[in-house]
Write a protein that binds this ligand. Sequence first.
Ligand SMILES: [Zn+2]
Ligand SMILES: [Zn+2]
Length: 338
Amino acid sequence: MLAVGEKNVTRRFAFFKNSKLPAQLQPNNRHGPAYCFVDFGFFDLVPYPMLPIMVVGHILHFYGLYLTFTLGLWNTLISSALFMLWGGLGITAGAHRLWCHRSYKASLPMRIFLMIGQSIAGQYSIYGWAKGHRTHHKFADTEADPHNVKRGFTFSHLGWLVLKEHPMADIKGNGIDFSDILADPVARLQDEYYGLCYFIFAFMMPVVTPMILFNESLWHAFLIGYVMRFVTQTHDTALVNSAAHMYGDKPYNDKLHSSENPWVSVAAIGEGYHNYHHAYPWDYGTGEQGNKFNVTKMFIDVASFFGLTYNLRQASQEMIQKGREKAINNNCTESDEF
Ligand SMILES: [Zn+2]
Ligand SMILES: [Zn+2]
């Protein structure tokens, strides 16, 4: 017997080629065989011009890359890289580890710094980002997961941004509590005035800075400081949803699709230890302690030294060992805690 809303899903997916509908419609069926077909679903594009924007954006991105190493100033590249780092920390240390997972606490100046960084990255507001990500954790690798990796690499990477959301993601996502995110005035104000934040921090600041400081041309500053930086960073983040859910070891819980992928950690400044992260999402390191490349963890540690971050949560070795045994014996899956 199908629940309310699932009937429509059935009808809708009847159109999809190769769709394995019954498996998709089981919200708890996380561990069925992955069926990595590429679900383009062109007729189900979002009603705004996301696909053309993405195509034009990528063409300009490659031209920006060409300019970066030919006519652009090296200082412009350095400026762009620094904005990318700030934007990266806004996503990893901010939207992800602070607001979405509450894995540590941060002082007001630090929250403002991270909010600006998160705006620079241009990946929706903190609230919008954390909403999608909590839904991803709660229903990872099912149809309620906004970027369900079982629909293939292309879909989980960026394809999900140009296609309409699967109804199950909406239905299941609505059952999750997100009120704590808007309880923080920094996140609430950014969400309320997101258009303005995007214009100032994601667009104006990275473009105008090399023009004022290094006398860079507007065209070069736009392509290198805005387009090239934004597209590169978006791919870096997307690799966590695609590559880190497909390629890598699963030492913490082999029932999950999420994997340990050190290469993704290089691109996404410490976010590639994804098998660990799905097992212990509330750990501020999003990876086991040790000699791992984790720029974001280093940043939070240094900030903690200066009192800007505190109450850092971390899984103990004993907890990790017990968690492994539980995963093997009880077939346990996602952590219920954020
Ligand atoms: Zn994930
Ligand atoms: Zn997460």
